[in-house]
Design a protein around this ligand. Structure first.
Ligand SMILES: [Zn+2]
Length: 255
């Protein structure tokens, strides 16, 4: 039966197969069309066909090449890019978790999403780290945008950060905005979530409104942070990111 083969190298780049000029697909074949070294991990069916995740060993056929996972968004059909995220998270999990954190003995695969210790029997599941991202608005027309030190491109994005232990997600939203910008916010509203496999996050998007305070930029994380008017927006993140979905929703941009 023809199967989707989500294959990765040691740099977590994914194998894509060229179909035509600027047209790429995940390799789809009865048997895996290159040498592999890991166990085969079964993924949920894709478009009614089986899907597997593997790591490659050796050369690729001339029709295939590697792509960064994030870059694959712009060359693959969306459902293949989306499934590749889960494949990448599971491959990283099974490749990187080798020894038990409790007793130090070897861990082996138990199921496609879990590993078990050969010493103490402790079982662990592929982890997901939740993170929040929030669009803070002031009145009808102003939005709070931040330029992160981590951005490779010169765009402005939204305040974001990881959920900490013992904290509700609403508390994370308030804390991150306060830490990064010094502002108090109100009326926090959940928007939607998105798996963000870089490497294993779940991004939770929120809207909130400005309540009080003056901007004090957290200099360890941000280069700049300020209010922008919706009619004079700077360069913003590309499609695909939750930041862009929140901004498009707020700006009233249709798909
Ligand atoms: Zn153990």
């Amino acid at each position: 039966m023809k199967t989707y083969w989500f294959a990765f190298n040691e740099k977590s780049e994914i194998v894509v197969e060229k179909k035509a000029e600027d047209e790429y697909r995940i390799p789809f074949a009865e048997t895996v069309p290159f040498a592999i070294k890991s166990e085969i991990i079964t993924l949920p069916d894709l478009n009614g066909s089986p899907a597997k995740a593997v790591t490659i060993d050796g050369e690729l056929p001339s029709t295939c090449s590697f792509s960064g996972l994030r870059d694959s968004y712009s060359i693959l059909p969306f459902e293949e890019y989306y499934a590749a995220g889960k494949a990448s998270e599971l491959i990283n999990f099974h490749t990187n978790i080798r020894f038990c954190a409790h007793c130090g003995k070897e861990m082996v695969r138990k199921t496609d999403i879990s590993r078990i210790c050969t010493g103490c029997g402790k079982e662990i599941w592929a982890p997901v780290q939740p993170a929040i991202i929030v669009l803070v608005s002031k009145g009808e027309d102003e939005v709070l945008l931040a330029k992160s030190k981590n951005f490779k491109r010169p765009y402005y994005g939204l305040v974001a950060g990881f959920v900490e232990t013992g904290e509700s997600i609403e508390e994370t939203v308030r804390r991150e905005v306060m830490e990064e910008t010094g502002l108090k916010i109100k009326n926090i509203r959940y928007y939607k979530s998105q798996p963000w496999p870089y490497p294993n996050n779940l991004m939770l998007g929120f809207f909130a409104e400005y309540e009080s305070g003056d901007i004090k930029v957290q200099e360890e994380e941000l280069v700049d942070c300020r209010w922008f008017n919706r009619h004079a927006m700077p360069e913003i993140p590309r499609k695909l990111s939750m930041a862009r979905m929140l901004l498009d929703e707020w700006l009233g941009v249709k798909e």
